[in-house]
Design a protein around this ligand. Structure first.
Ligand SMILES: [Zn+2]
Length: 973
């Protein structure tokens, strides 16, 4: 076998594509367009194979559409905006050992290169070139003439225009709002700035003012409605607390909470510091019910979370339930350790305030007992808490002990209780991170009320309506994510859009602010369509005024006047507008799932806010990430393979197809070096098989036999499967249809025709079938393994690049379901023979096939008809069978046989039921007789075929009565 010389054919075809400018796409009025984009990378590191999935899928999609006759544009650019590069440059300048190790050993950057990288733009440029090199080597069909960076002068003018448009529509606001904030960098942070790219999500907590005399112990909670169920409070005895004046009231909160309240703009003055243990045993009063309860110690209380003091509602909060039970046990065991006595707490009982179907009076106890949790530090408590929270939120009702809220659904009571307490001064609110998030600099992100901050107001209700409409009409792949997009549209609020540091475009009306990375990356799909033309004219960026962009993107104004006022040549200006109007709206946007909650939805909003409906995004394709041998890829696990290394290790096409074959929509793809090698072997086999077929020639379809028609019909089925899967970008299914399932049938076909390869009357038909299969298969594999397919296509004498050949479609004339059903008789018979010889260990000398008698066929046809009508069951079938007089002579056989047939027919696909109904009784004896040479050749045995009731058959083991339609009985001797 010849191994594919990957490097050689990769270079060959990449050079040919480049020379032919194959993927440099201009408007073509004769051809429909398909415009897709994928997130431009933030170049702060080389790409690894984890990045390969999203970009490869986008390229596969582009190539698939190209083979459907579309003029497909796939451009690429670089996102330099933001601050993380600054931090990296600093660490590099300090020769931080971690960064040095990564740069020298993981990224293989030569030591001598390092000084060049000690400036943010140089570092970004270096990595951008590195990533571009990788994208070119992996064969992405991109139009590189449209490349840019987000700090280019033209881009800045474009972003200024975007912000002017949003401001004119009233979507830009200024004010004081909570933002995720890094205290160490002194900046608001977005997803791109955090460790693990976690979105900093801010939640508004209700803070209930629970008092001891005049001192407030403010309890932060997401469940204000449970205030009626408080049995005690918790404090961490070993954490530091402060007594402070907060907006004129005397509060006790954790030292961490005091810092947070400061950032939230509270007027706060610290009076004294204590350990939490000081407050244990004091008596507190419920501000709503007036009930009194004690302060108790609990280690689960995190002084960093919310206020650091916690109200305890054991009936509905698993943490509280477990901590209380645990404390009761411990106090009983070691009473001397505690300031209070066992009898002080042994009578504390849960107070149920919410009722919910499927749970007992104390829902927290149900879940805790089910999960067998007894310790307040058990990690399962998080899960238990979420479960109760969600169940009670969606299905709970307030009990009679909750005053005016009794019988309200929890969903409404939550807000009502909160509003009423705030109105009475017994509660307030505070913003807090929903989950801890770390800045890339290492500091913990906190919430800060930011004064005079600029926001894009995604909370605008009219704007939300447009976004919902766009999502409704968009082709979202996978479809089940549509609701997730709607949810994000609903909960998005003001998004801080500028900061006072980093690379990027100055805010046009207040240039000391720089527009941040998630706000300058939402409509650049439009910019790709015009930047190539602008680069040809090379105007002074300052001349690209609002009027210029208005004309190009919104058809506003008169071209002559705009040309005059900007100095931009009028014909070139019209070209830009034409190009934009040709490629817009964007057909799909590819991205990872983690960007639904920000980038992808912002993209929808900003398009809808600026453009009329006919320019709105038409589709979004979302995919998961890549695992390495079942685990997460991470630097610390040392299992990151840089993309460039993977290309050298496996070859581009094996790498591409192995990234795709494990890629189920929404699931993480699981890459492994073994898988890539294995697929490389498969492609070697494909290449060799192709060479053989090409050498033998195209043949002729003049004299096709049943088995040839069978192969061609099966081929149509695989085309249909691949098509159905590809429309939803289910690439794993597509590859299985195009490669494995098709190959399985080809192997069978080769066995069936092996005997005729020397037969001059048959060989031309065989060549024809094999050529046709190859021609189809190479087209279907092209999006995945484009280099190998070009090579095979060239050997086949195909016209032009296969990249532009037609994707196969089902040829209905070749669909021959009857021959498929007939061949199945032979396939199942052969499988049965193999099973028997395997189980018995008999080296077959003779094989007897016994086919079913007519009465069995009658019952079988009855069963098929009933299956089609939906009335098939054993009783019905037996009753119907006995209406036939012939059956009355077989009263013992009919019921048993009917039972077996019901089992068989129920498993049959609907399509087969239809076809078998149409075919009626099949002459299986003839079918097997036609394949007798093949069966004898495969088994080396003598073959005897007869109907079960034929008097001459030899049936020493009494097997013949077991025969069924489509399943002859078999005896191996
Ligand atoms: Zn930071």
């Amino acid at each position: 076998m010849h191994m594919v010389e990957w490097k050689q054919i990769e270079e060959k075809w990449q050079k040919r594509w480049a020379e032919a400018k194959a993927f440099e796409i201009d408007p073509d009025p004769e051809k429909p367009k398909f415009y897709l984009t994928v997130a431009y990378p933030y170049p702060n590191s080389p790409q690894h194979i984890g990045h390969g999935r999203t970009y490869t899928l986008t390229d596969v999609h582009a190539r698939f559409q190209r083979m459907h006759g579309y003029n497909v544009l796939l451009p690429m650019a670089w996102h330099f905006t933001g601050t993380p590069l600054f931090a990296m440059v600093e660490r590099l300048k300090e020769r931080d050992p971690g960064i040095l190790d990564t740069f020298l050993n993981l990224y293989n950057i030569p030591e001598s290169k390092l000084p060049e990288l000690m400036d943010p733009v140089s570092m970004a440029t270096y990595f951008a070139m590195e990533i571009k090199h990788g994208m070119q080597r992996i064969g992405y069909s991109m139009d590189w003439r449209r490349e840019f960076t987000t700090v280019d002068g033209y881009y800045s003018k474009f972003i200024e225009w975007q912000f002017e448009k949003l401001r004119q529509k009233g979507y830009i606001t200024q004010g004081s709002h909570p933002v995720g904030w890094c205290p160490s960098c002194g900046n608001p942070v977005g997803q791109h700035d955090t460790v693990g790219d976690k979105e900093p999500e801010i939640e508004e907590f209700t803070v209930i003012k629970i008092k001891h005399n005049d001192t407030v112990f403010p309890a932060g909670t997401l469940r204000p409605e449970t205030v009626y169920g408080i049995t005690n409070m918790w404090i961490n005895p070993d954490a530091m607390y402060v007594e402070a004046s907060v907006d004129g009231e005397n509060w006790v909160i954790s030292a961490d909470a005091a810092n947070k309240f400061q950032l939230l703009g509270r007027d706060i003055e610290i009076i004294d510091e204590f350990m939490g243990s000081k407050f244990i045993g004091i008596t507190l009063t419920n501000p709503v019910t007036g009930a009194e309860f004690p302060m108790l110690p609990a280690s689960f209380v995190d002084p960093k979370a919310v206020t650091g003091v916690v109200m305890s509602v054991p009936a509905h909060a698993p943490f509280d339930y477990v901590a209380l039970e645990q404390l009761k046990r411990e106090v009983k065991k070691n009473p001397e350790k505690y300031k209070f006595k066992p009898e002080d707490i042994k009578d504390i009982e849960s107070i149920a305030v919410i009722e919910i179907d499927g749970y007992s009076e104390i829902p927290a106890r149900d879940v805790v007992e089910k999960l067998k949790i007894t310790d307040q530090n058990d990690p399962n408590l998080e899960k238990a808490t979420k479960q109760i929270y969600s169940a009670e939120f969606h299905g709970g009702r307030m009990r009679n002990n909750t005053g005016q809220y009794a019988s309200l659904p929890v969903q409404s009571a939550k807000e009502a209780v909160k509003e009423d307490m705030i109105a009475k001064g017994s509660a307030t609110t505070m913003y807090e991170m929903l989950e801890p998030v770390q800045c890339r600099c290492g500091a913990e992100i906190v919430v800060k009320i930011f004064e005079n901050q600029w926001f894009i107001n995604y909370g605008d209700p009219e704007w939300k309506k447009l976004a919902h409409e766009n999502i409704d009409n968009a082709n979202i792949i996978p479809r089940e994510l549509k609701q997730e997009f709607h949810n994000v549209v609903d909960w998005l609020r003001e998004k801080a859009c500028a900061r006072k540091a980093g690379l990027g475009t100055p805010l046009p009306w207040e240039p000391e602010w720089t527009i941040e990375a998630l706000s300058d990356s939402v409509i650049y799909m439009a910019y790709y369509t015009v930047i190539k033309g602008i680069n040809e004219v090379k105007p002074d960026p300052e001349t690209l005024t609002e009027k210029f962009w208005d004309y190009v993107f919104l058809d506003k104004g008169d071209s002559a006047k705009v040309a005059e006022s900007t100095g931009y040549p009028e014909d070139k200006l019209k070209e830009l507008s034409n190009e934009f109007n040709y490629f817009y709206p964007p057909d799909t946007r590819h991205s990872g799932r983690d960007l639904i909650s920000n980038h992808l939805t912002y993209m929808v909003f900003c398009h809808d806010g600026i453009w009329p409906r006919d320019k709105w995004p038409q589709g979004i394709t979302v995919n998961g990430s890549v695992l390495m041998e079942g685990g997460k890829m991470s630097k610390s696990l040392n299992n990151i393979i840089p993309l460039i290394n993977a290309i050298d290790m496996f070859g581009v096409d094996p790498l591409r197809i192995s990234l795709m074959i494990t890629a189920e929509p929404l699931k993480d793809a699981d890459f492994s070096p073994d898988l890539a090698k294995n697929l490389g072997d498969n492609l070697d086999k494909f290449y060799n098989k192709a060479q053989e077929i090409i050498a033998q020639g195209k043949g002729s379809n003049e004299n096709l036999k049943e088995i040839d028609k069978w192969m061609l019909s099966k081929l149509q089925g695989h085309i249909a499967d691949a098509n159905d899967a590809m429309v939803e970008l289910k690439v794993r299914k597509t590859i299985h249809a195009a490669l494995y399932n098709l190959d399985g049938d080809v192997d069978w076909y080769k066995k069936r025709v092996a005997k005729y390869r020397d037969d001059p009357e048959r060989i031309e038909a065989i060549k024809y079938v094999e050529w046709r299969v190859l021609d189809t298969q190479v087209r279907m594999l092209t999006p995945f393994t484009p280099h190998l397919c070009e090579e095979v296509w060239e050997m086949m004498g195909g016209e032009g690049f296969i990249a532009f050949a037609d994707w196969p479609t089902v040829d209905e004339k070749l669909v021959d379901k009857v021959s498929e059903e007939i061949e199945e008789v032979i396939q199942t018979s052969m499988e049965d023979v193999q099973k028997i010889t395997r189980v018995t260990g008999i080296d077959a000398e003779a094989i007897h096939f016994y086919t079913a008698d007519g009465w069995k066929w009658k019952i079988y046809m009855l069963a098929l008809r009933m299956a089609k009508e939906g009335s098939l069951n054993i009783g019905n079938l037996i009753k119907a069978s006995f209406k036939d007089d012939e059956m009355k002579t077989r009263t013992k056989q009919v019921p048993g046989f009917a039972r077996q047939i019901v089992d068989d027919v129920i498993k049959l696909p609907d399509r087969s039921v239809d076809i078998r109904l149409k075919m009626g009784q099949v002459n299986e004896t003839n079918i097997l007789q036609d394949a007798v040479n093949f069966i004898a050749g495969e088994t080396g045995a003598k073959i005897q075929i007869g109907a079960e009731s034929d008097p001459w058959i030899d049936d020493p083991a009494k097997r013949a009565p077991r025969s069924k339609p489509y399943r002859p009985a078999i005896y191996v001797a």
